[in-house]
Write a protein that binds this ligand. Structure first.
Ligand SMILES: Cc1cc2nc3c(=O)[nH]c(=O)nc-3n(C[C@H](O)[C@H](O)[C@H](O)COP(=O)(O)O)c2cc1C
Length: 447
């Protein structure tokens, strides 16, 4: 049975309000940090916890914070990445919608450690109603003395703002987010310099995911060491997983890292098995950008060991036989799923969302979409499958930001593991049985 550190109170009626949140020991981490800790000791606890960024890359949070430049007289910022546009990922929305004060508490405690006088929550445009929930909670936090001047008489003052994006996937990339926050077009910046040196308005900035910042609350309340004992190896703590697709119980689950994938899919405590008792075909384990794995490789590694929900175990085998934990967007596909059609849906998304700054991504995503469209329309050739493979390889590693990889990896993995399905579509177009139905469903015109 997994512990719940973030979602412990998510079903308590009224937990979205300050009064109920406070009754459940809310804001204790701010009290503890401001009254009995220093910015440095808060950082030490975060380092000890082994917490890794929950936005996708899994970078150690304490290490990231320790990179923050501190030139005297220069403002520092904490920016919360609440863009959450990765297809298959909806855990940050769940957390913000249900327990907005948990994020705000984490923002204050983290800002105290970072020496940030001001913080921002950058939230995707489609989540405008969640932005309203956050605004209301921030108002309550001001009214109760957790934000503003000289909080708890500690000498630490802090202001928090919510900034709504305009609905662009690229604005989840941290430097594009900062551009957008500054009121510009959300084009990723060339790194270095990293945001820790030159971030928002050129000032040192830490950008962290919603879940990462919320996790600082239990880390400070219970201690970094206690947190580090949950999980497995370098995958410490709990993780929110957005589970969707052909499962009996889609939803957001908080799991201990290290839980076997098989248990996550089949246990009634989590996904509750495959819908209609059908057979598992494939899983995209960490949001649309990570490599898809066929059933046999998601349940067991190539070495035959049970695959676990952890950064290391999901990554075991590299991209040849493994994948990534990513953002925890866990998309389950049964044996009725067409991998080619699924890939086409992803490819359309990446083409639409490419910012267009780098030619390999701008042009490559368009070509991948076109070729998949051609295959699905029954006009593909074996050479098209090779061309797809070639194009994805020409995007990966050749762009300013990792959107290029995010678009290329799903194509590479689908061809690597399901090449026979592509070949069947191009050699026997009749096999695309429901293609007309598919076009109607998605309001598309055949090529
Ligand atoms: C195209 C693209 C989209 C991204 N979208 C998000 C997002 O929606 N939310 C998020 O937290 N990180 C996203 N990231 C990762 C961020 O750039 C960054 O690594 C993250 O916010 C750091 O926070 P963390 O260390 O707490 O994970 C995205 C990255 C790329 C390349």
């Amino acid at each position: 049975m997994s512990r719940k550190l973030l979602l412990e109170h998510d079903h308590v009626p009224g937990i979205n309000t300050y009064a109920v949140y406070r009754q459940m020991n809310g804001y204790a981490s701010v009290e503890k940090a401001l009254k009995s800790m220093t910015p440095e000791t808060v950082l030490e606890e975060v380092k000890k916890s082994g917490l890794r960024g929950r936005g996708g890359a899994g970078f150690p949070t304490g290490l990231k914070w320790s990179f923050l430049a501190k030139p005297p007289g220069v403002a520092r910022y904490l920016v919360c990445n609440a863009d959450e546009s990765e297809p298959g990922t909806f855990k940050d929305r769940y957390l913000m919608e249900r327990i907005p004060h948990l994020l705000i508490e984490g923002m204050i405690t983290s800002s105290f450690s970072l020496g940030a006088r001001t913080s921002y929550i950058y939230i995707r445009g489609e989540y405008y109603y969640v932005a309203n929930i956050l605004e209301k909670a921030i108002e309550e936090a001001y009214a109760n003395g957790w934000l503003g001047e000289n909080i708890l008489g500690s000498g630490f003052s802090h202001d928090m703002h919510v900034q709504i994006g305009a609905g662009a996937y690229i604005c989840g990339e941290e430097t594009a987010l900062l551009e957008s926050l500054e009121g510009k077009r959300g084009n990723p910046r060339i790194k270095p310099p990293f945001p820790a040196i030159a971030g928002a308005w050129g000032c040192p900035t830490v950008v962290n995911n919603v879940e990462t910042i919320a996790a600082v609350v239990p880390i400070i309340n219970e201690g970094g060491e206690a947190y580090s004992k949950i999980g497995i190896g370098k995958s410490t703590g709990t993780k929110l997983i957005s589970a969707s697709g052909h499962i009996n119980k889609p939803g957001v689950y908080e799991i201990d890292l290290g839980l076997p994938v098989e248990e996550f899919i089949y246990s009634d405590q989590y996904c509750g098995g495959i819908k209609g008792g059908r057979t598992l075909k494939a899983v995209v384990a960490g949001g649309s950008s990570v490599p898809i794995l066929p059933a046999e490789l998601i349940l067991k590694t190539a070495k035959g060991e049970p695959r676990l929900m952890s950064y290391e175990s999901l990554g075991d085998g590299g991209f040849l036989t493994g994948t990534m934990l990513g953002s925890g967007g866990f998309i389950v596909m049964d044996d009725t799923t067409s991998i080619v059609k699924n890939l086409y849906t992803f490819a359309r998304f990446y083409h639409h969302e490419s910012c267009g700054q780098c030619s390999p991504c701008r042009e490559g995503t368009g070509w991948m979409e076109k070729i998949l469209h051609k295959i699905l329309d029954g006009h593909g050739t074996l050479a098209d499958v090779d061309l797809l493979w070639d194009i994805q390889g020409k995007i990966e590693g050749k762009t300013i930001c990792p959107l290029g990889e995010a678009a290329a990896w799903p194509v590479a993995a689908a061809i690597r593991h399901f090449r026979a399905e592509f070949e069947e579509y191009v050699t026997n177009p009749q096999s695309i049985k429901d293609v007309k139905h598919y076009y109607r469903l998605h309001n598309l015109q055949p090529a």
